[in-house]
Write a protein that binds this ligand. Structure first.
Ligand SMILES: [Zn+2]
Ligand SMILES: [Zn+2]
Length: 352
């Protein structure tokens, strides 16, 4: 089956992405700018921060990673749009991941801006980024990985795999909690929040019905699919949440999708269908492996799946993601009665 490829909204932006460079700061349409903010040591390379002009300044959607390089790029981008950091009145954060949330606290310090987040992600802030709480989070990650059948020697490496990036996030508490359906009340913008849990429990998209644009965060991207994984801070069946959230945005009438990575594109519904089909294929593949091995742990299932590169060459952090994504698919299949789990150390999976 030929894969559907979306139409980029701006070919130059897509070419920057595929060419391995950083796209330009860009005026997307009147009153709306896109600023690529670099992300360190990450194949995604940059997060697209959107700048919404207001009568007395700007609001921004997402913030970038908490590094000097990212901060300088944001300040420079605001400058191109004719603004200074002190003009930022608010930071709407799609979700708590460091490339979106990391810089929010520093922006607030410099500008007095409010920070908005969904309560389901706001709840995770302290546990995730506070030094007192982090040990219990690592311990729960370790317990989860053990139940997945991760070999003892690999366990330490995997359990602490994201600790090195924590210092790139400032632990900022949000000022404003945004729920599903909330109107943001930004002058000149009929912006409405859509709660889209899955990639993160409190992920938000923002839609402007009059401008017919969707700010999709990491929920829907042009080419890649976001990680949807079971982890200590996820719900028990994040893939079900994610697929429901895809259905929720699919029906929106918009002309353009403005994601946080890669590039802007046109066809929301078709892209959602492609992502749903991808998960259907993945579910079928995992169901097949469970059927073949009959009594298998999650880690072993993960090692048998097709990934974008050979399993042995995947970094520990990405292996953990791969394992936890596999677990999300197993949990979805279990909820549908397509596979069966026998709880133990490790949990073993059987055909239904
Ligand atoms: Zn994310
Ligand atoms: Zn992201």
């Amino acid at each position: 089956m030929a894969k559907f490829a979306v139409t980029p909204a701006n070919v130059a932006q897509r070419e920057a992405w595929t060419g391995g460079t950083i796209p330009d700061v860009e005026r997307v349409r009147p009153g709306l700018w896109s600023i690529p903010v670099p992300i360190p040591i990450n194949p995604l390379r940059y997060v697209l921060v959107y700048v919404l002009e207001l009568p007395d300044g700007v609001a921004i959607i997402d913030a970038g990673w908490n590094t000097d390089e990212a901060y300088d790029a944001l300040v420079a981008g605001l400058g191109v749009a004719g603004y200074a950091i002190t003009h930022v009145k608010g930071v709407l954060v799609t979700h708590i991941h460091p490339d979106h949330y990391g810089l929010a606290g520093r922006i607030r310090e410099m500008s007095g801006a409010w920070i908005a987040l969904h309560p389901a992600d706001a709840r995770l802030v302290r546990e995730r980024y506070d030094d007192d709480a982090i040990d219990s989070l690592v311990e729960r990650e370790r317990a989860l990985l053990r139940r997945c059948g991760v070999p003892p020697l690999t366990l330490d490496e995997l359990a602490g795999a994201s600790m090195m990036i924590r210092h790139m996030v400032s632990m900022a508490k949000p000022d404003l909690l945004v729920e599903d359906g909330d109107r943001l009340g930004l002058p000149g913008w009929d912006l409405r929040a859509i709660w889209t849990p899955g990639h993160s429990p409190g992920h938000l998209c923002f839609v402007s019905p009059s401008r017919r644009v969707l700010f999709s965060g990491d929920h829907v991207l042009a080419r890649i699919t976001p990680i949807v994984a079971v982890h200590p801070q996820s719900g028990p069946n994040p893939l079900a949440d994610y697929l429901d959230s895809l259905a929720a945005v699919r029906k929106l009438e918009v002309d353009e999708v403005l994601p946080a990575h890669e590039y802007r594109f046109l066809e929301l519904a078709e892209r959602v269908d492609t992502v749903m089909a991808h998960h259907d294929e993945r579910l079928a593949e995992i169901e097949r492996v469970v059927g073949e091995l009959d009594g298998v742990d999650c880690w072993t299932v993960a090692t048998r799946l097709t990934w974008s590169r050979p399993w042995e060459t995947i970094q520990p952090f990405m292996r953990r993601s791969a394992n936890n994504e596999t677990l999300a698919h197993l949990a979805w299949l279990e909820a549908k009665g397509r596979v069966r789990r026998v709880v133990g150390e490790p949990d073993l999976w059987y055909p239904a």
